[in-house]
Design a protein around this ligand. Structure first.
Ligand code: ES4
Ligand code: ZN
Length: 326
């Protein structure tokens, strides 16, 4: 329909996408066969039926299990290329994608196989589709800060190809302050810093991400609305919040898309933008996420254009490149 064509046609960037969360059941089956890995599902439909979550941890358990089919450099290449192909069809011009190296290195997969596969696909995605990209290395917050230092050491030879570090996985009980030293080290090495905060965790976790981790963006950040002073601070500083509407619905962060805070956040002067988070698990890619909030919150075309502009404004592109997209 018309609105769908409008959103599809808007030049967009995606800044909150976990590559492992773009693993479609079809590719999971193909890789399971190629690598002779057993998976606990009979059919693609059975996989999709299992994607029924009541909170973040429910999802994470299934997401980490699914990643077990990723074994070789080529698997990471295929995963990344499938995502980029899809983005090319939706007029996505720039992506900054997350990967979770610990999910793989802890299973005995070499960091190099993961990074080389992803980076080769990102290069080919720019060559074939003109999609520019950044790669963000996420630390798993349910693991120790010491383990995060180990993964940063493995990434050392790749740091010129990594834009920044992030923080993801189980939020409650694992506040940003747990990672103060590793984020300081990452900053000293010239890396950008982002962190999931205020998805399930409370507003003080967003304060910690700002004051202790010195983040350049907040991933999710929904819960800032509990703290009006925090909202004012985020608005004043022009901090980008990477919202993920379908994710919030699937993980029961909201009970109905009509209750999604995106519109209230825009009205409060927050720099929000739209993302898909883990599209293979949450039932939609970037355009689907724009459409879900557009319909549920009655967004105007101007609102949607602002969201698309914010997606470039909040990116790590240089100012000249941003200007070309906006
Ligand atoms: C994630 Cl939605 C979400 N939250 C936290 N960590 C994650 N890793 C992948 N998706
Ligand atoms: Zn996320």
């Amino acid at each position: 329909n018309e609105l769908k064509d409008f959103v599809k046609g808007l030049p967009k960037a995606e800044l909150h996408l976990h590559l492992e969360g773009s693993l479609e059941p079809e590719l999971m089956f193909a890789l399971a066969q190629r690598n002779a890995v057993a998976i606990p599902y009979e059919t693609v439909d059975a996989v999709r039926a299992a994607y029924d979550f009541s909170n973040l941890q429910d999802f994470l358990d299934i997401y980490y299990a699914g990643a077990d089919v990723l074994r070789h450099e080529r698997d990471f290449y295929d995963l990344t290329m499938a995502y980029l192909k899809r983005m090319a069809q939706e007029n996505v011009r720039h992506v900054e994608v997350f990967f979770d190296p610990q999910t793989h290195t802890d299973r005995g997969i070499a960091f190099e196989a993961v990074a080389d596969g992803i980076l080769a696909a990102l290069d080919d995605g720019e060559r074939d589709f003109g999609i520019t990209s950044g790669l963000i290395l996420c630390f798993l917050r349910h693991l120790s800060e010491e383990a995060a230092f180990d993964v940063l050491a493995m990434a050392d030879p790749y740091l010129d190809r990594i834009s920044g570090v992030g923080l993801d996985s189980s939020e409650l009980g694992h506040p940003p302050s747990k990672f103060a030293r590793i984020f300081k080290e990452a900053g000293a090495r010239g890396l950008k810093r982002v962190a999931h905060a205020g998805e399930e965790g409370p507003a003080p976790y967003i304060h910690e991400a700002l004051d202790i981790l010195h983040v350049d963006r907040i991933d999710h950040g929904n819960r800032c609305l509990d703290d009006p002073e925090l909202v004012a601070r985020l608005a004043r500083s022009g901090m980008t919040l990477t919202l993920c509407p379908l994710s919030n619905l699937k993980l029961c962060v909201i009970d109905d898309m009509a209750h999604h805070p995106l519109k209230r956040m825009m009205e409060s002067g927050l720099h929000v933008m739209v993302n898909s988070d883990d599209p293979a698990y949450f039932g939609g890619y970037l355009t689907d996420n724009y459409l879900a909030v557009a319909q549920a919150l009655n967004l105007s075309r101007d609102d949607l254009a602002v969201l698309a502009k914010n997606s470039f404004r909040g990116s790590f592109l240089d100012e000249a490149a941003k200007a070309r997209h906006m």
